[in-house]
Design a protein around this ligand. Structure first.
Ligand code: ACO
Length: 347
């Protein structure tokens, strides 16, 4: 049996396809390079409806802002992902796609301000999600380059086949639970460091290595301990994750050369060389999280918020998958093979 369901086809989808051998991602018929130019709202609406429609996320952000009072006061002492869980749990079962998607940026911006003792900033429905999130979080508008960089990030990571969180969402949606319940479960799956929780640890790794002469010794010691190098390896890709290049390009548009980027590139090159030696039989390459971490860091976003910024985008993919799964009308209920003891036979 395939451990971790590797290679098992558990859904038919028109939403996205990951070609792990060729390093290609297709979303609703668009190759990643074309998708990246669409902007988050168009990509989300394309995923949900299959065609471009008016962006309704701005007004939905205003409704999400009205709900902040329900959970924000209880969130102050929580970690950011815990507070985000509360925000998603506060959604009514009747919440639709726009309402759920708009909740993530409004809630995240509100909680990042609340933990500094600052009042939340109301959304501006005329703004696009990326610019409005940065404005609500900082209390001042971002530069056009910063808004563009975050928009590229949100667009590029919007959907990615049957990854762990998307599969989770489809399982919950298949039971006919609400969209909000399915998305809450998806967020729980995203949080782990083997999935969407890697950017913080990527930055911790770069900080801990600290200087060029320490790179090899640090990486070798980590591999010798059996640790995984964060930002490398993927269940499906056997070549470089194409999203890594899209995010690196976005980062370079934001700040062409920084000592941080030069150092990260050096670490990346050494990590790839050591991983090849460490696992000669398994192609391990750079995944999306390595440059996602650097991009989100360059935007001044705190490490403990990065998985929630990921959710701000991926929520659109989750919703599309939940709707698609529901249309099949069939519950996902696989089998397990019992390997426990046989029942004792009474004498
Ligand atoms: N560092 C060191 N060794 C690794 C790494 C890594 N980053 N990735 C895989 N390996 C090793 C594994 O230990 C495994 O060896 P084992 O069989 O002795 O345990 C071997 O390579 C083969 O692993 P795979 O089958 O290719 O990995 P799998 O599909 O199970 O896991 C995963 C994929 C979870 C992404 C893994 O590569 C990993 O842990 N990477 C680091 C965490 C990370 O970057 N997460 C973000 C992923 S991207 C995303 O989800 C958005």
């Amino acid at each position: 049996m395939a451990s971790g369901l590797e290679g098992v086809v558990a859904a038919e989808t028109v939403l996205s396809h990951v070609d792990g051998e060729r390093g290609e991602l297709i979303v609703r018929g668009l190759p990643l390079q074309v998708l990246a130019t669409q902007g988050f709202e168009r990509a989300a609406i394309l995923l949900w409806h299959g065609f471009a429609e008016a962006d309704r996320l701005g007004p939905a952000r205003e409704r999400a802002f009205e709900r902040l009072g329900q959970w924000l006061p209880t969130a102050a002492a929580r970690t950011v992902p815990e507070a985000m869980r509360l925000a998603l749990a506060a959604l009514p079962d009747s919440a639709g796609a726009e309402e759920i998607a708009a909740t993530v940026p409004v809630s995240l911006a509100g909680m990042l301000r609340a933990r500094k003792g600052l009042m939340p900033v109301a959304p501006d429905p005329q703004q696009r999600t990326a610019a409005d999130f940065l404005r609500m979080q900082r209390g001042a508008p971002p530069s056009a380059a910063e808004a563009a960089a975050l928009d590229t990030y949100l667009t590029v990571v919007i959907d990615h086949g049957l990854n762990a969180s998307t599969f989770t969402v489809r399982v919950v949606a298949s039971t006919r639970a609400s969209l909000a319940a399915a998305v809450g479960a998806g967020f729980a799956a995203l949080r782990g460091p083997l999935h969407g929780g890697a950017p913080g640890p990527v930055l911790d790794m770069l900080d801990d290595i600290g200087s060029a002469e320490r790179i090899d010794a640090w990486l070798e010691a980590a591999l010798a301990r059996g640790d995984r190098l964060m930002g490398f390896g993927h269940r499906v890709y056997r070549v470089r994750d194409p999203r890594a290049d899209a995010l690196k390009a976005a980062l370079q548009r934001l700040a062409p050369t920084t000592p941080r980027l030069a150092f990260a590139e050096l670490v990346e090159r050494r990590a790839l060389a050591l991983l090849r030696r460490h696992r000669p039989g398994r192609a391990l390459d750079t995944n999306v999280e390595f440059y996602a971490a650097l991009l989100l860091d360059a935007l001044g976003l705190p490490r403990d918020a990065m998985v929630s910024v990921f959710a701000m985008s991926r929520v659109a993919g989750w919703i599309a998958h939940a709707l698609e799964q529901r249309r099949t009308g069939r519950i996902i209920r696989p089998a397990s093979r019992y390997i426990g003891p046989a029942p004792a036979v009474a004498a």
